[in-house]
Ligand binder design. Sequence first.
Ligand SMILES: Nc1ncnc2c1ncn2[C@@H]1O[C@H](COP(=O)(O)OP(=O)(O)OP(=O)(O)O)[C@@H](O)[C@H]1O
Length: 348
Amino acid sequence: MTDDHVVSAYVTDAELDAEASVRPRRLAEFIAQHRVRDQLDLLLKGAMGRGTPPDHILLSGPPGLGKTTLANIVASELNAGIRTTSGPAIERSGDLAAILTSLAEGDVLFIDEIHRIAKPAEELLYSAMEDFRVDVVVGKGPGATAIPLDVEPFTLVGATTRSGLLTGPMRDRFGFVAHLDFYAPADLHLLLQRSARILGVPITEDGAAEIAGRSRGTPRIANRLLRRVRDFAEVRGSGVVDQATARAALKVYDVDERGLDRLDRAVLTALVDSFRGGPVGLSTLAVAVGEQSDTVEEVCEPFLVRAGLLARTPRGRVATEAGWRHLGRTPPETVVQQPDLFSRGVDS
Ligand SMILES: Nc1ncnc2c1ncn2[C@@H]1O[C@H](COP(=O)(O)OP(=O)(O)OP(=O)(O)O)[C@@H](O)[C@H]1O
């Protein structure tokens, strides 16, 4: 899914070049996620020492946290070539066989959204991953023949936002599985300073902190907000990204101090003001804010739930205590308590 709102974790095609300019190329430049970085470092160095390709690698986690970046880093660290494709792009097993048989020894094959690969292609991938060979079936019915083809030893890097949708046999074939988690504000602060340095944007400590706190734990959003604040600083300010500039710029884009945008706040406000905090059904809530149920469910709710501002209960959506307080209201005594997953600083 792609959409263009400023705090979306998804990338638009128009942004790809802007993203590429700040994308880390080596493991040492990859900010935070220390556990994953350490484990990958060992895996890659071990394999390089032995002169064999490392185990296949599965990266899971929400969009915008660095899976594509890590896949490219794996290839650079191994001094290997990389071929990139995605699950939905592989419609027939023949498409995948063509890619696999054209790989050079030691290449990295990166398959994004690997949970969306078609079943016949997935089965072909099993033998390629395990035995470095594929059986390509030629013809149909009783006359069909399987032609075995060799595949050069390679490393598959699979990325998925929905690891629960991967089949057991697929998951079992990855020797290394890593989960990327949301970034703590302190890590996004470092990331923003690095990006600002690369882009030649002067940024102050409090400017970086202001943007980091509004970035929903997601590097992609942090980098996007930095680009928007830079525009504001250059057009209406002195060119320096400081706290006041960041606040003024993000007000223009309707991103509040927790990273909620206009629609997120509309949902929360409707829940609190029109339904006394809920519970209320999704479709009723969607009508109240004049949006499709899908948009509320897929675009707003995942963040509101993760930020501990809204809870999904069997009886409907409810505003949590933090949700009431975020809008500056006093919650009723019976309100749902919900942990705030963002401010805990996961995995660092
Ligand atoms: N740890 C990190 N350090 C520095 N920059 C990062 C880090 N993680 C992500 N980024 C930056 O954030 C942007 C998004 O990262 P990336 O494209 O790798 O995310 P993704 O998880 O593959 O997202 P998607 O699932 O949408 O493909 C990139 O511009 C990348 O440079």
